[in-house]
Design a protein around this ligand. Structure first.
Ligand code: GTP
Ligand code: MG
Length: 200
């Protein structure tokens, strides 16, 4: 299923900058969330296995809207803007935080959030705050460690282990994290299978 799914067309649907811009949809939906620069857009781009299809995703860089991608009319994949971007103007940071929170709380069809954490940095306060939003909204989420190519493998597994220990306190968290590198294409099949299983 996963292999078939990610070999299908993945089309850009729309980009929302406010609640009114969120598309109506009855497909299963997943969203990629995390701090700015953690690698959300890169990971999303690396998911479809056919390279020409990856071009339909937006190019990496600071994502300034909530981007929606339709995979095979089966799954809506959502690329969220980053939270906690220290260099952005405060008003801008607040706007995105508010919109992301409204999206999380109000999106009935949202099946799971993939919460991306940089393999080098682990959980930060902004991540814990966002996990609280997910817990309160009752939205299931799974941690994905990104940029594993930047850190020694033993350090990444230690980080994964520590995060999984912390997740025991988090009611909405899936207990296991996935280690990935969008650059080296590590962990992509594991992530594809996890996502495809949501459609069963
Ligand atoms: P915002 O949209 O600003 O929130 O950022 P983002 O989370 O979408 O991150 P993006 O995918 O734009 O990647 C940020 C930077 O990290 C880019 O320079 C990417 O090339 C780099 N990057 C992303 N994934 C990886 C990875 O797996 N390995 C390495 N080495 N670099 C990565
Ligand atoms: Mg992005």
């Amino acid at each position: 299923m996963a292999k078939w799914l990610f070999a299908q067309n993945c089309d850009f649907v729309t980009g929302a900058v406010d609640v009114e811009g969120l598309p109506t949809s009855d497909m299963t939906e997943i969203a990629f969330a995390g701090r700015s620069n953690v690698g959300k857009s890169s990971l999303l781009n690396a998911l479809p296995s056919r390279k020409n299809l990856a071009r339909t995703s937006n190019t990496p860089g600071r994502t300034q809207q909530i981007n929606f991608f339709n995979l095979a009319d089966k799954l809506m994949i959502v690329d969220l803007p980053g939270y906690g971007y220290a260099k952005a103007p405060k008003r801008e940071v607040e706007h995105w935080k508010e919109l992301i929170n409204l999206y999380i709380k109000g999106r009935q069809i949202l099946k799971r959030v993939y919460l991306l954490i940089d393999s080098r940095h682990g959980l930060k306060k902004a991540d814990l705050d966002f996990m609280q939003v997910l817990n309160e909204a009752g939205v299931s989420y799974q941690i994905v460690l990104t940029k594993s190519d930047k850190v020694h493998a033993t350090e990444v597994s230690k980080r994964k282990h520590n995060i999984e220990l912390a997740l025991k306190e988090q009611p909405a968290a899936y207990p296991e994290a996935i280690i990935t590198s969008a650059v080296k294409k590590h962990g992509m099949d594991e992530l594809r299978i996890a996502i495809a299983n949501l459609l069963n």
